[in-house]
Write a protein that binds this ligand. Sequence first.
Ligand code: HEM
Length: 385
Amino acid sequence: MSNSRDVLDGLPVGPLPIPCDPEGASPVQWMHMPNGVGVWAVSDYRLARQVLADPRFSRAAAVAPDVPKVASIDPSPDSIVSLDGRAHARLRRIVAGAFTGRRISALGPFIETRASELLDAMAAGGQPADLVAGLAAPLPLSVLCHMLGVPEADRESFREWVPVLFDLDGEGAENRTRAFLITHYMTKLIGSKRREPGGDLISALIQAADEEGKLTNRELVTLSLALLMAGYDSTADQITLAFLSLLHDPARTAALRDDPNLVPAEVEELLRTNPSAPLSFSRAVTEPVQLADVTISPGEPVLVFLMGANRTRDDSGNPAGNPHLTFGRGVHRCLGAPLARLQLATVIRLTLDRFPHLELAEDIDGLDWKPAAATRGLKSLRVHW
Ligand code: HEM
């Protein structure tokens, strides 16, 4: 049974059920997802950490054909986040080798410039403006294109194809064409980076892969598309939800505007309380495993409710006392966390500086939520200044 709540901190949580049980009365419970599939929901902080770090809770077993799929959009079985053990470690080393702190910091100036351009365009377009279409969605896509090395001239077509990654089960010739086009495009791009490497992530992946034992072009295409899938909606939705929380609380916004040094700590609190990734991907066990007072059987999906776990009180009773799990934990912990943090901090700082009187132009009870999927987000968020 679910004890999901519709409202947390005075804000609606959206279409996904979020078991949030700070008192720990039922840390593991059987519940049904919006698509009707039953899952073990783990929403206690300590148990959530255990499931994410315990290799008996396997990602590869969860994508096996006989395990029910908890979401219509699941990463493919050969994606980095669907592999276990050595196969995962090999890919992870390659991506981590290319995703260095230096490479992420070097993106800082690009993020600042692109965010400023988008804010200029928003100001010029008049108010009220849609913060999702104007800022939260285009910024991470530009950053990913820049990072992957998609040439400027191709970015417009790329922008049209990317949504297909989030609707892979979608029917219709148009979707199949877009899926073909983006795969074909990435294959060609990787071929050209092999011949003429640049300073971008794909060239770095090719080089790292060559040092680790070659990746085929197909593996590189899957990896680049996995990065786009992992890094686009999650960041766009997180920027939107961060502004929703901030603008819902004008005193909090004013404090940040007056002292931008508070932004990094505020970003962590926004990630904890209003995460765009409210759940982990599902896990499955290959033999019965005892978790708290239940026995998980093979074939039963297990989901960590990160948003609920983030609200478990620590030993001194403080709900904000534990480091949050919004970027996961263990071998699959988010590789893009530093990049997401950098984008969030930059966009919050620049936006409050540019629009010191930014306010919601929406009734929070009428928010336009995206359908339940891997991330929580809004289709639009109107603001004025
Ligand atoms: C606010 C934005 C983001 C959030 C909330 C987020 C959240 C997460 C979470 C919870 C996981 C672990 C899932 C699990 O174990 O079931 C994960 C994994 C991952 N994330 Fe992120 N992510 C974000 C942004 C990004 C970005 C910008 C990138 C890269 C461009 C990225 C790349 C990845 C990759 C590659 C993995 C899989 C790692 C592995 O399996 O070893 N993420 N993310």
